[in-house]
Design a protein around this ligand. Structure first.
Ligand code: AMP
Length: 417
């Protein structure tokens, strides 16, 4: 099967050929004809499966089929949860649309930077807007962005957009769109909590599920679990960076503080390392990511801001310095490596205190990884006992002997007759 047999116009087919795409991936094979037909799409596809092109190619095809009007009504709105992902989608629009005879106007509308240039860019309208929900709302409230003519709505990383924290903003954006429109929902995962919301948004959608085994190119990620003491993790990370020929490494931590702290320690040890987290200015975030992608920086220490959707070419390794909060986040994080058919490694540092949590992650994904101990980093910690609110140590029933000892102690010191 070829891109042109899916019904895409020649300039788009030429653009993907330029990029070296030989054949459409399974999610593209399923989604492109459905989107071209005007159908709603609900797609759960493994990260790295080519989902961006799966919605952008048919969307660009449809946008370019109609001569632009002046001012241009916004006909397609792509919503994403992070600014980085928005920038990446817009970059893909540029790549896929480069041979189209009539240039489409696409505008980025994301928070964290001044709204003025975005307002200016939106003067005279746009064919396509790629936005985070908060900024889309701000611009719409100021009448800079008019959404009343949107024909196609894409929610990329839809589960995140539909989850608490985003859903209120999303609802307000949706209220500004025409009721009759095409809806395309894409995400690697759809946890049960958001399935109802997703279903409510869609009208007779084409359901597309690409199992990991049929995803082409298949993600080839070797997952490993290294056991280590909590305070030896930075040393272990340095050791791994010293002993592996990784061109670059993405390290995930749990907090902004952790990102700064670990990046600083690595810098002091002579590694080209940077932190990436949501508290940095947008300029610093963009720069950090660019430096990392261009390999000017070898190690990026990031919070989950960086976990979703980012496409970092040929990333050989992802390290979970801190474990992710949820099994879903685990999937998103490790999906940064092993993309486009290249092999990747995902290393998780497991400490005595996080062992139980890692087992939950493993169970959810049907995994059971061997716990590796590296020489010099053998753990000595034992898990801190979890206190049961009724007293005692959770998971440890008092033995008969313990009870007798307690009873004796309560009576006071034993006296000899
Ligand atoms: P995505 O899942 O959209 O993040 O895409 C993952 C990567 O696969 C990106 O680097 C795309 O450029 C690449 N890609 C998308 N479609 C194809 C294809 N049909 N053939 C080869 N690579 C592709």
């Amino acid at each position: 099967m070829t891109f042109s047999s899916l019904g895409l116009c020649e300039p788009l087919v030429r653009a993907v050929a330029d990029l070296g795409y030989d054949a459409p991936t399974p999610v593209q094979r399923a989604a492109i004809p459905a989107v071209l037909r005007g159908q709603d799409v609900w797609s759960s596809a493994q990260t790295g499966s080519g989902k961006t092109a799966a919605f952008l190619l048919p969307l660009l095809h449809r946008l370019s089929a109609i001569a632009p009007r002046s001012p241009r009504p916004v006909r397609a709105l792509v919503l994403v949860p992070t600014r980085e992902l928005a920038a990446q989608v817009l970059e893909a629009v540029g790549q896929y649309g480069r041979h189209l005879p009539r240039a489409l106007k696409s505008v980025l509308a994301v928070g964290g930077v001044s709204a003025n240039p975005q307002m200016l860019a939106l003067r005279g309208g746009a064919d396509l807007v790629v936005a985070t929900p908060g900024r889309a709302l701000d611009l719409a409230e100021q009448n800079a962005l008019r959404l009343g003519a949107v024909e196609m709505l894409v929610l990329d990383e839809a589960d995140r957009l539909l989850s608490l924290g985003f859903s209120e903003e999303l609802d307000r954006v949706l209220a500004l769109l025409p009721a009759r429109r095409q809806n395309l929902l894409f995400s690697a995962t759809f946890p049960p909590g958001v399935q109802g919301l997703a279903a409510g948004l869609l009208h007779e959608p084409a359901r597309i599920t690409v199992e990991a085994s049929e995803a082409a190119p298949p993600p080839d990620i070797q997952q490993r679990a290294l056991v280590v003491d909590t305070d030896k993790r930075t040393m272990l990370l340095r050791h791994l960076l010293d002993t592996h020929p990784w061109s670059h490494a993405l390290v995930f931590v749990a907090s902004r503080y952790g990102a700064d702290h670990v990046a600083l320690k690595l810098q002091r040890a002579g590694f080209a390392a940077l932190a990436l987290h949501g508290e940095l200015s947008q300029g610093a975030r963009t720069q950090a990511l660019e430096d990392f992608k261009a390999r000017r920086v070898r190690v990026l220490v990031a919070t989950d801001v960086a976990a979703r959707g980012l496409d970092i070419a040929s990333l050989p390794v992802v390290v979970n310095y801190d474990l992710p909060r949820s099994p879903t986040d685990y999937l998103h994080r490790i999906g940064r490596t092993g993309r486009a058919g290249e092999p990747g490694t995902a290393l998780s540092f497991v400490t005595a205190d996080t062992e139980a949590h890692f087992r939950v992650i493993e169970k959810r994904h049907g995994l059971r990884l061997e716990r590796e101990r590296l020489p010099g980093f053998e753990p000595t910690e034992v898990a801190a006992p979890v206190l049961d609110p009724r007293g005692g140590v959770k998971g440890k029933r008092k033995s008969k002997k313990d009870k007798l000892r307690e009873a004796a102690a309560a009576k006071g010191p034993a006296r000899k007759p």
